[in-house]
Design a protein around this ligand. Structure first.
Ligand SMILES: *Cc1c(COP(=O)(O)O)cnc(C)c1O
Length: 411
């Protein structure tokens, strides 16, 4: 038998009573009864509110905070977030609908993303939201559609900077990318824009995601402000908004430490002051998904079978990679590591054992825990996967193997 993988500290912000995880003010077993079926995702309203307050406490109050729906577009979650943040960022016609169903003013909704269709652009123009421009071809299409609508489209230029956010989980800028307009081509695009049927609103400079290093984020933000100031000299008028991106990450794996946002906030104070003298009237926005919602969500799945194969213990659950691709290690991870997984019905176990937890799919990729030291569990115990509030259900191949789609609840 292979040695056990390191045990996760069962670090959880959620309460435990009588050895059972508590969510939504009740034990996980009772919550599962309330939901009526397993598996399910549960998102905690208080945790969402507390996280936004934490960000606000550290960032200068002048910096606008936007929520990116891509991380978790569940309508109830988005409604809740809409009441806490200053704007919503959407990346499809579907997300646009969810955002427009909230009380958020259209002018505070941004539509980003490569490959926006004419139909999506026309919807966005009619809605009066801000479109983040990703290419000169897109500008020509927006110009034509805006004229046809008889409406001035409001656009920000999404810039593909000539730098990247170092040590990011996902690189989304620097070098050749499908996202945004290469920084060196932006002056020419701004010239074209000045004669189009559009209103120039500002710049979006997004350089990466899932970063746990404050110094890397601070460095990228400094370069972002310098680039924004330089490009603003080519704009038809001063930008109303500079969206500096986000990139704030959350810890998933053993050894990862939470991002310390205090020094990021301190440096932003400097940039807020700089901007106030050099471009008064220009606002700064930061956009994030995962950092705001990721830790507030838990995926719950039930043990259907327990078996021992050649000495190794397997718990087989009623859900897995079809609902939570990231936790199975198949969403962009190079080396598979275990998410923080616990037996939620046996949080203070008398007996632990090295266990693998697999979902019900007929593929070895469907793995939620690879030889973790966990409570000795059996059929009907409930498994909780923490850090599941972002890139969970909607980032997973729900139809693979044809199991029912899990419910999502906000408690
Ligand atoms: C994905 C994405 C985000 C959100 O990233 P998180 O890691 O969830 O914060 C923000 N902006 C853009 C442009 C994105 O593509």
């Amino acid at each position: 038998m292979k040695p056990a993988k390191p045990v996760h500290a069962t670090q959880t912000q959620f309460a435990v009573i009588d050895g059972e995880l508590q969510l939504g003010g009740m034990s996980i077993r009772r919550l599962a009864q309330r939901v009526g079926s397993t598996p399910f995702f549960v998102y905690d309203r208080q945790a969402l509110t507390a996280r936004v307050a934490h960000v606000r406490a550290h960032l200068p109050q002048q910096v606008l905070l936007h929520y990116s729906l891509k991380a978790n577009p569940m309508p109830a979650v988005v409604q809740h977030m809409a009441g806490l943040v200053d704007g919503l960022d959407v990346a499809s016609g579907g997300e646009l609908k969810i955002a427009l169903d909230t009380p958020t003013a259209a002018a505070k909704i941004n539509f980003t993303g490569p490959g926006k269709t004419d139909a999506e652009l026309a919807q966005a123009i009619a809605a009066g939201i801000v479109i983040n421009l990703e290419s000169s071809g897109e500008l020509r299409r927006i110009d034509r559609l805006a004229q046809a609508c008889g409406i001035q489209a409001s656009v920000m230029v999404r810039v593909n900077p000539d730098f990247e956010l170092k040590s990011s989980g996902m690189k989304m800028a620097g070098g050749a990318k499908q996202f945004g307009v290469d920084a060196e081509l932006v002056p020419a695009l701004l010239k074209e824009l000045a004669t189009a049927h559009v209103h120039f609103h500002g710049f979006q400079i997004y350089s990466g995601s899932q970063n746990l290093k404050a110094e890397a984020i601070i460095e990228a933000q400094a370069k972002t402000f310098e680039l924004a100031l330089q490009l603003s000299g080519h704009a038809p008028h001063a930008p109303q908004l500079i969206n500096i991106g986000g990139g704030f990450g959350i810890p998933y794996f053993p050894g990862e430490l939470p991002l310390d946002i205090a020094p990021i906030g301190q440096h932003l104070h400097h940039w807020v002051a700089q901007l106030a003298t050099r471009m008064p009237g220009t606002r700064i926005a930061t956009e994030m998904g995962r950092y705001l919602v990721g830790e507030a969500g838990v995926y719950i799945t039930r043990v259907v079978d327990r078996k021992i194969s050649r000495g190794q213990v397997f718990l087989i659950t009623d859900g897995g990679m079809n609902h939570h691709l990231a936790a199975s290690g198949n969403l962009g991870q190079v080396i598979r590591k275990n998410y923080p997984v616990v037996i939620a019905t046996k949080m203070y176990p008398d007996v632990t054992e090295v266990t693998s937890i697999t979902g019900p799919l007929c593929t070895p990729l469907d793995l939620l825990a690879d030889q973790m030291a966990l409570a000795q569990a059996d059929r009907d115990d409930l498994v909780a996967v923490f850090q599941s509030g972002a890139y969970g259900l909607t980032a997973s191949p729900n139809d693979f193997l044809g199991h029912a789609r899990p419910l999502e609840i906000l408690v």
